[in-house]
Design a binder for this molecule. Sequence first.
Ligand SMILES: [Zn+2]
Length: 155
Amino acid sequence: MSGAPQGRDADAAELRLFAEAERATARAYAPYSGYAVGAALVAESGRAYLGVNVENASYPAGLCAERAALAAAVAAGERRPRTVAVAAGSGADCLPCGVCLQALAEFGDVDVVARTGGAVRVLRLRALLAAPFAAAGGEWSAAGGPSHRDGEDAG
Ligand SMILES: [Zn+2]
């Protein structure tokens, strides 16, 4: 594990969310890497939003499953993601990439449910990304999000 955050065991609801992410991997579009990923994100409303990785012949144009789920949630009007599960179709360990951690941090701290060290664990986003980029500096605020989000609540 080389010093990676350990997190805690997933509860029953988190395991169900992880299973949704695993099922979503069947719809991933990953013809180049063959590495299917699914994500299931629960927002403040309690609704869940799914995402899959969507690769592209122009590799940088590809999109990760977590950001696809985040975009679906935001498009539905959500602004407070609470929990995001991410799963690889292979069943291998799979934590969000740095770009996805940053994208999620825009909306505050969340629980990340993922297989790591062979077990489904729950890790806080801020433990995975200690210093997110923010216009006012990379500090997490007491409110739970990067400092530039203080006092802002999209409506
Ligand atoms: Zn990613």
